[in-house]
Design a protein around this ligand. Structure first.
Ligand SMILES: C[S@@+](CC[C@H](N)C(=O)[O-])C[C@H]1O[C@@H](n2cnc3c(N)ncnc32)[C@H](O)[C@@H]1O
Length: 232
């Protein structure tokens, strides 16, 4: 699929599922995504960043958690799907948290070099049409010594657990997601995009290729992974 097609398709898809996105996240991960997000936030705040960008922020869960844990930091959430951003703004207001949410494409970030001390990216990277371009953009907007924290679903692990997980992710999840959101295509896309995603070592190499010093950890038997890239 051409890059432009993928971007348009992804943008339309997330715009369509936005109203049910949070509910389905909690439901389909059985609430486990919250513990993954907390770990990502702890890693992002390790070096006490003053300016943080939550990229592909969606409905803003990670951005809001960052602001809650580091009230003194300036947190910006960016996404290219306006309906997701509208929900994020509503949540920030309801929670009394001051986070700026703005429309931006991860492949062409509207920020000058060295604008942020940390960038977080949860379940967004997989959707990007050009991984290297996105990583270069993130690297550009980070300050020297700045940190990227990337939370994603690697391809399912091997063995018996992987088999069960594939059954859940490939069959049950698209069905529940389709029924609840009314968009079967979006929840069929999820397991497809996960299978096509680079395994943790390959992602590490991609990040190193644009100049990050990288380590990663696997969460919940390898269902999720967090890559930490420091700009050296
Ligand atoms: C699965 S959601 C993740 C949202 C949020 N980070 C979370 O953890 O719930 C993926 C988000 O990435 C956004 N996205 C995908 N490609 C993008 C791009 N090129 N630029 C900006 N946002 C993008 C989508 O609009 C969507 O809101």
């Amino acid at each position: 699929m051409a890059s432009e097609d993928k971007a348009q398709r992804v943008r339309r898809m997330f715009s369509e599922i936005a109203p049910r996105y949070d509910l389905l996240n909690r439901l389909l991960s059985l609430g486990v995504d919250l513990s993954w997000r907390k770990r990502a936030v702890a890693l992002a705040l390790e070096r006490q960043p003053r300016r943080i960008l939550d990229l592909a922020t969606g409905t803003g869960d990670l951005a809001l958690l960052l602001k809650e844990r580091a009230p003194e930091a300036q947190v910006v959430g960016a996404d290219f799907a306006p309906p997701m951003l509208a929900l994020a703004r509503r949540k920030a207001e309801a929670q009394g948290l001051k986070v700026e949410f703005l429309e931006a494409d991860a492949l062409a970030l509207p920020f000058p070099e060295a604008s942020f001390d940390a960038v977080t990216l949860a379940f967004g990277f997989r959707n990007f049409a050009d991984y290297e371009k996105a990583l270069s953009e993130i690297h550009r907007v980070l300050t020297p010594g700045g940190r990227l924290v990337l939370l994603e679903f690697p391809p399912p692990p091997k063995g018996a657990f992987g088999l069960v997980y594939r059954l859940y992710f490939g069959k049950l999840l698209p069905f529940i997601g389709g029924v609840v959101s009314g968009n079967f295509g979006a929840y069929r896309y999820l397991p497809e995009s996960v299978e096509a995603f680079p395994p943790p070592e390959a992602l590490k190499a991609l990040m190193e290729g644009v100049g990050f010093k990288v380590r990663y950890e696997l969460l919940t038997f390898g269902v999720a992974a967090i890559h930490v890239g420091d700009k050296v």
